[in-house]
Design a protein around this ligand. Sequence first.
Ligand code: SF4
Length: 551
Amino acid sequence: MAATPEKPVSAAPRRKASRHRGEGQWAVGHFTPLNGNEQFKKDDDGLNVRTRIETIYSKRGFDSIDPQDLRGRMRWWGLYTQRKPGIDGGKTAVLEPEELDDKYFMLRVRVDGGRLTTRQLRVIGEISEEFARGTADITDRQNIQYHWIRIEDVPEIWRRLEEVGLSTTEACGDTPRVIIGSPVAGIAEDEIIDGTPAIEEIHRRVIGNPAFSNLPRKFKSAVSGSPLLDVAHEINDVAFVGVEHPEHGPGFDLWVGGGLSTNPKIGQRLGAWVPLDEVPEVFEGVISIFRDYGYRRLRTRARLKFLLADWGTEKFRQVLQDEYLKRALVDGPAPEQPVAKWRDHVGVHRQQDGKFYVGFAPRVGRVDGATLTKIAEIAEAHGSGRLSTTVEQKMIVLDVDEDQVEPLTEALEALDLTVRPSTFRRGTMACTGIEFCKLAIVETKARGSQLIDELERRIPEFDEPLTININGCPNACARIQVADIGLKGQLMLNDQGEQVEGYQVHLGGALGLEAGFGRKVRGLKVTADELPDYVERVVRRFQDEREEGER
Ligand code: SF4
């Protein structure tokens, strides 16, 4: 692995450094680290920690890990320390990070494009059973996440993953994260264009490349040629969305600067049309702008959306064209409003080749190693060798012959993996929460699952699309701002004046061409115990008072 350069690589023309230390933008000569994160990244590239894990930490154990690696560079290989069991949410903000640390890790496996073979899924399942106490969650960025990983086992886990073409490289950290892709790319009947070759080429050029391994913060990306807009493109740093250009044919509409968490922003169109074979080059241009011009002084202002907010789309496109691509981009049209109510591909759908794909809904992304292995077996037993994960924490079996659809559906349903889920099962997502996450204040996964059961029992007839996203803290891992009902975990007082787990409610967020953020309902917080009553009231009122076509 190449050493971190003295001065970081920047493709932008060098300008004279201003005396003011500014925002820490490399492109204007500000290379002096302005905070601890920038310092440890300058001290040593996060990618280099792999060698230390393989040769030192995995042999000498958890206590041998350098603190800068433990809470910094390990993320470059998908590793985060997990929360010590039994520490309640009230302690999250008051304890030091090391007091919250368990001696186990969360390990994220990147699944670019969400695409898995049954062989890969079996290996994921086996690793879960052998090294992760059976845990394996499907994330809302198409990844798989393990818990209870011991540092001693990490090299063997990598060996097994890499043997089947999977990795944890840059699954976390200030890096190019997983490249989200349409889970039905190349097979959906209604597809505008298959973005898979672009995802593969971006991966080849960028992931694990030290030229892009020290970014100001995380960099999220998505490529989809589906008219369903099925990759949550609006909240990625860069996204390529399938469109038909009136003169040039199918290609991609370029979006930049989306992101949730602090100061959420919907991505913006640059008004440019990009043909398939130019997507990797344009991706490299955008990520290079982020590396070179991105703000590195404050972590809370370090995402691309803040640079875009200051520059505007016109300047952003100009800089991309003049300094990075050295040519003009072609103007292009915006994507059209999808006709389908849901964009998660759940259910049975015909493919281009006459076969079918079958999307199913686990509960809030929670599966386990044994279940994943069984899913792989079921897929194979019904003639399929491929699956995919979705950005809604769901899964899809691809390439199923028509006569196998019903038996496959029955086999999945027997595992509580439903192909015809209720609105509540289909539309509810939850982040990791207090079970494992050190930033969490409240429980999420188990509560999401209980909420689904309650709502299915109380309002079985409700079948309009509705999304309920549950976060365990003020961060945005489960996208609460863009849900119909977004629930942000916090502690609150109940009627008896006791401190209990609860949620701040956000209502009316959405993705799609009418994307927008939910409104924080002033003062509206619900305790965890009141949650089913509250959601039932909202749903019943919506049923009674909605106008034609209203979400
Ligand atoms: Fe952890 Fe908060 Fe993200 Fe949930 S939203 S996974 S609690 S950081």
